[in-house]
Design a protein around this ligand. Structure first.
Ligand SMILES: *Cc1c(COP(=O)(O)O)cnc(C)c1O
Length: 385
C-alpha cells in the first residue's frame, strides 16, 4: 500500500541534502566548539557558519541568534528570559498559541504574573481591538504566534509588534510554522524576539533558535558554562545546528517554487473536500494561511475516527490538535474559533509538504468522501440528525 505523509505541521522528514551536510559532524569533526585546538576550531567555524545562515534567512544579524534545543525551549527563553528580571506585572498572549507559549504563560501566572489571552475571530485572526485594549501600564511583553499550527492562520505580526511598542512592551512571535514556508524578515516585521524550530522545516529534531533583537535584555533559563553568549549554556548541538542552518538555506532558496505549488495543492484539496462532502466547514483564514495547511471540521463524526480510517488507506493526517496527552479534549485552538465541542471534535488537519505531489492530492480526494459516508452511517449523531 502507498504511504502518504500529510502531517508536516507536526514534523517534517530531514532533507537528504541536510543530512549529508550534518554527517561529518558526528565522527569526523566532533570537537567541542569551546576548545581552541583544531577539532574545536573546526566545530566552532561550522556553528558560526550555520548561525550566519539562520540569521540571513530571517534578515537578522548573526549575534541576534541563540541556539536552543528546539522551538519549545526558545519560546520559554523568550517569555521567562525576558520577564524574569522584572517584578511580576502583566503580559499578553494570543488565545490560540502553541502549548510551548501557553503553558509557559501559565507557569509565569503561577509565579505572580497577570496574563491576558486575546481572543481570535472565526478565522483565527487576533482581535486587534481587544489586543490594543489589553495593554496596561505594567504590560512588559506581548506574544502572538506568526502562523497557527492547527488551522494555519497567519497573524498581522507587523501591526501587532507596532502596537506593542507603542504601548511600551516588547513583542515576541512564535514563527515555528512560518519560517521556511513563507517569507519572514525580522526587520520588516519589527519584532523583538522570534522562535524557530529545525524539525518543522526539514531539519533535525531537538534544535531551535530564538532571534533576540540587539538590545533585548534576556537572562538565561538554563545555567552553566555560559555558551551562546551566556544565554543558553550547554555544549552546542553541532550537527543539529549545522542541519538547521542548511535546512533554512534550502527552504528559503526554494520558496519561490515551493510556496506557490503548495498553495495550489492546498486550495485544490480544500475545494474538492468542500465540494464532495456535505456539512464540512473550512477552518482558518480563507487566504491569510500557511501554504500547506488544509483544516476543516466534519459534522457528526470524530476527527480521530477519520484519522484512523485514512491511516488504513495510507494517508497520515492529524485530528486538529495532536495533543501530547492523547486526550480527547477538543483543541483550544478550534474552540477559540467559536465552534461548539461537537463540531470541534470533527476537526481534521492535512498539512502538505514539499515532497507531496498532485497525484497524492487526487488520491486523498478520492478516498475521503466514502470514509466520511461510512463513519456517518455508524454515527448516532448522524442518524438522529
Ligand atoms: C512544533 C511547534 C513548537 C515546538 O517546537 P519543538 O521544536 O517541537 O519544541 C512551537 N510552536 C509551534 C507553533 C510549533 O508548531
Amino acid at each position: 500500500m502507498k504511504s502518504v505523509y500529510f502531517d508536516h505541521a507536526a514534523t517534517t522528514p530531514v532533507d537528504r541534502r541536510v543530512l549529508e551536510r550534518m554527517l561529518p559532524f558526528f565522527c569526523e569533526v566532533y570537537g567541542n566548539p569551546s576548545e581552541i585546538h583544531k577539532q574545536g576550531r573546526e566545530a566552532r567555524a561550522a556553528v558560526d557558519a550555520a548561525r550566519a545562515q539562520v540569521a540571513a534567512a530571517i534578515g537578522a544579524g548573526a549575534k541576534e541568534i541563540v541556539f536552543t534545543a528546539g522551538g519549545t525551549e526558545a519560546d520559554n527563553l523568550a517569555l521567562f528570559g525576558y520577564l524574569q528580571r522584572f517584578e511580576p506585572g502583566h503580559f499578553i498572549i494570543g488565545a490560540t498559541e502553541h502549548p510551548a507559549v501557553m503553558e509557559a504563560a501559565r507557569a509565569l501566572n503561577r509565579l505572580g504574573w497577570a496574563v491576558d489571552f486575546i481572543p481570535v475571530d472565526e478565522f483565527g485572526t487576533i482581535d486587534l481591538d481587544g489586543y490594543e485594549k489589553a495593554f496596561r501600564d505594567d504590560t512588559r511583553l506581548a506574544s502572538v504566534m506568526f502562523a497557527n499550527n492547527v488551522v494555519g492562520t497567519i497573524q498581522p505580526v507587523a501591526e501587532l509588534a507596532r502596537i506593542a511598542h507603542e504601548k511600551g512592551a516588547v513583542f515576541h512571535t512564535d514563527a515555528v510554522q512560518a519560517v521556511g514556508s513563507v517569507p519572514v524578515d525580522v526587520q520588516a516585521l519589527g519584532v523583538d524576539m522570534l522562535t524557530i524550530s529545525g524539525h518543522k522545516l526539514y531539519g533535525p529534531k531537538g534544535i531551535g533558535a530564538l532571534y533576540a533583537k540587539r538590545g533585548t535584555r534576556l537572562t538565561p533559563i538554563i545555567h552553566g558554562g555560559g555558551h551562546e553568549r551566556r544565554l543558553r549554556s550547554g555544549t552546542e548541538n553541532v550537527p543539529g545546528i549545522v542541519g538547521m542552518g542548511a535546512a533554512l538555506e534550502i527552504a528559503v532558496a526554494e520558496m519561490p517554487e515551493t510556496k506557490p505549488r503548495l498553495e495550489r495543492m492546498r486550495d485544490r484539496m480544500a475545494a474538492a473536500v468542500l465540494d464532495s462532502v456535505p456539512d464540512v466547514k473550512y477552518l482558518g483564514h480563507p487566504t491569510e494561511r500557511l501554504p500547506g495547511n488544509v483544516s476543516f471540521t466534519v459534522r457528526y463524526i470524530e476527527g480521530e475516527s477519520m484519522l484512523l480510517q485514512l491511516d488504513t488507506h495510507g494517508y497520515m493526517v492529524s485530528s486538529g490538535s495532536a495533543c501530547a496527552s492523547g486526550s480527547l479534549e477538543p483543541s483550544h485552538v478550534i474552540l477559540a474559533l467559536g465552534l461548539g465541542a461537537e463540531e470541534a471534535h470533527g476537526s481534521l488537519r492535512v498539512s502538505l509538504g514539499r515532497e507531496n505531489t498532485d497525484e497524492e492530492i487526487d488520491g486523498f480526494v478520492e478516498v475521503f468522501p466514502p470514509i466520511v459516508e461510512k463513519l456517518r452511517q455508524m454515527s448516532p449523531l448522524y442518524v438522529k440528525g
